[in-house]
Design a protein around this ligand. Structure first.
Ligand code: NA7
Length: 548
């Protein structure tokens, strides 16, 4: 469906909905959900997508250097053997355009586009208690009813643009990395200021530095980063990936994080210092990426002393890489354990600070006071800039959903319900919001693991649940309050067992002023999570109330 084909209002007297499902978002999760609902269950669905194309995260995040931090051969769908066989990735860590091409290919290959309405932002959804369906409205004036409302809005899709005084009077251009212009930005001859050094900022710095006349990086928190060791795949690399596909799948299914790393059972404290350094050094030099976190020692994320060994190793590497010791010191993280903020991986990030045209400014020491017409002023200095890049992240996990006026039983809004932080049952449903499913919602492993694997797990479960309801004549499913409370307690207990709460991360909502400090994802890993949700289903959807 094209954006010009608007959805007609349904006759009010009809008590059955027009559609079985409305899906919000056409990224990795929305596309696969549509496939499951339509092709596997044989039900009707419409996807509403705010962008002018499919792809979600990979449609919006077109900033310089944008690429995935999971490797391409496992950052992809696995539901279709044919799809897997016919797609060939070119690079170890896929660049944004290649992932977007892949998702467009998926949309075409499974003829998904006919049920996707682009350029359409869902503005409101209200649960009709008399008829057990959702009434969904869009900003463009569509109104449609559907038995199920399924959120596929993504976890990192609501841009965080800090409320700096003076931004509206800035005479240059400014951009947030998560809504980057489609025709790119010409940095040649420009003085660029970049705010933010998370995964995004760390990817962008080397690329912008290579193009701009000058780049000033405004850093609030120094970040640990591991070399990606990115490279194009050779014919031999690809042949090996193809040959080992079954084995890769087996490893992914047996892993905590949805990546084919063999689980490690040794503690960082059980080996000698020399042995430990050799293990870290081997991964740093020969593997790169997330293997540093998941493929070295088992206790990095649960034991502060073990974690310190990894953090010290990275700090030493920063000192070794950056020529100016004062800059190296500024770049060395010292206020949170390694991995407690989502750990970036990079290509020449620390090396970029050896360039003459790159300057690092510590805005924790000297905070940003305002954006001026000609640049940016901190407490101690003023910087003339032609372009400002906001690599300032997202209102993660809840931002996009809270922007939609979602009303459940008794007219209560989701925004109100989540005022003190999100609460869900299994990250899949919210008590008081029947027939509403959240793919990779808060309380699920989602952002802590390889996303496509988490998404397939969620979508398969939701599709299984909808199929079960159809087969048993149910028209309504709702999470029970007690089950939800128990799950939230469990999510917190698991987080408390780890070191994640030691950082002011977006996992905790700490990057958004005023956002409640609640640990949002489930840190127990995909296997434990999968076991639990499968058990719930096999016990007749325990913790949910099903009605005919
Ligand atoms: P992140 O990881 O949230 O990083 C945002 C960065 O912006 C981080 O360095 C923040 O510093 C900084 N920031 C945010 N607000 C401000 C203000 N007001 N002043 C100065 N600096 C600020 O977002 P990314 O886009 O890099 O990555 C998001 C995820 O995408 C990533 O984790 C991967 O999963 C993919 P802070 O650390 O909060 O002090």
């Amino acid at each position: 469906m094209s954006s010009s084909q608007k959805t007609e209002a349904r006759p009010e007297s009809d008590s059955s909905p027009e559609l079985d499902a409305v899906i919000i978002g056409a990224g990795f999760s929305g596309l696969y959900m549509l496939y499951q609902v339509r092709e596997v269950l044989g039900l009707s669905a419409r996807v509403f997508e705010a962008g002018e194309g499919v792809g979600g995260t990979w449609y919006w995040n077109r900033y310089p250097g944008a690429r995935c931090d999971s490797e391409s051969y496992y950052y992809c769908y696995s539901f279709s053997e044919k799809l897997t066989e016919e797609w060939k990735w070119t690079t170890r860590y896929p660049e944004q355009p290649e992932i977007l091409r892949y998702l467009n290919h998926v949309a075409d290959r499974f003829e998904l586009r006919r049920d996707i309405q682009l350029d359409t932002r869902v503005s409101a959804a209200t649960f009709n208690e008399a008829h057990n369906y959702w009434e969904v409205s869009t900003e463009g004036g569509d109104h449609v009813t559907a038995r199920y409302l399924i959120s596929a809005v993504g976890c990192l899709s609501s841009a965080n643009i800090p409320d700096f005084k003076g931004l509206e009077d800035f005479k240059g251009d400014w951009y947030h990395t998560g809504s980057w212009p489609h025709d790119g930005v010409d940095f040649a001859g420009k003085r660029v200021g970049q705010i933010g050094t998370g995964s995004t900022g760390i990817q962008a710095v080397p690329v912008i530095a290579a193009q701009a006349e000058h780049l000033t990086v405004f850093q609030r928190t120094a970040n640990y980063s591991i070399p990606a060791l990115n490279a194009p795949y050779s014919e031999e690399d690809w042949a090996e990936i193809v040959e080992n596909r079954a084995e890769t799948r087996r490893k992914v299914e047996a892993s905590l994080g949805g990546a084919p790393f063999v689980p490690i059972h040794r503690s960082a404290k059980d080996v000698s210092e020399e042995e430990r350094e050799a293990i870290y050094d081997d991964v740093w030099t020969n593997s790169g990426g997330f293997k540093f976190l998941w493929g070295t020692f088992s206790d990095i994320m649960v034991d502060l002393d073990a974690n310190k060994t990894a953090a010290d190793f990275i700090r030493a590497k920063i000192r070794e890489t950056v020529n100016d010791p004062a800059v190296a010191e500024m770049l060395s993280p010292n206020d949170h354990p390694y991995g407690t903020k989502r750990p970036p991986i990079d290509t020449n990030y620390f090396e970029s600070y050896n360039r003459d045209n790159v300057k690092l400014v510590d805005v924790r020491k000297s905070p940003i006071v305002e954006i001026t017409p000609n640049g940016l002023r901190t407490e101690d200095d003023e910087y003339e800039l032609d372009i400002i890049v906001f690599a300032t992240g997202f209102d993660a996990m809840t931002g996009s959903l809270r922007k939609i006026d979602i009303r459940g039983l008794g007219g209560q809004t989701l925004a109100k319900k989540w005022e003190a932080g999100p609460r869900t049952y299994l990250g899949l449903q919210v008590a008081g919001f029947p027939n509403f499913f959240t793919i990779t919602g808060p309380g699920s492993p989602s952002v802590m693991v390889n996303m496509p694997v988490a998404i397939e797990q969620h979508v398969n479960w939701i599709a299984g649940c909808i199929g079960h309801m159809r087969d048993h004549g149910h028209r309504r499913i709702e999470a029970k309050q007690a089950a939800q409370d128990e799950w939230v307690d469990h999510v917190n207990a698991v987080a408390d067992f780890t070191l994640y709460k030691h950082a002011n991360s977006w996992y905790l909502g700490a990057n958004i002023p005023g956002k409640p400090r609640v640990f949002m994802p489930y840190a127990g890993g995909l296997i434990e999570y999968g076991k639990r949700v499968d058990e719930v289903a096999s016990r007749g959807y325990e913790g949910f109330e099903l009605q005919s």
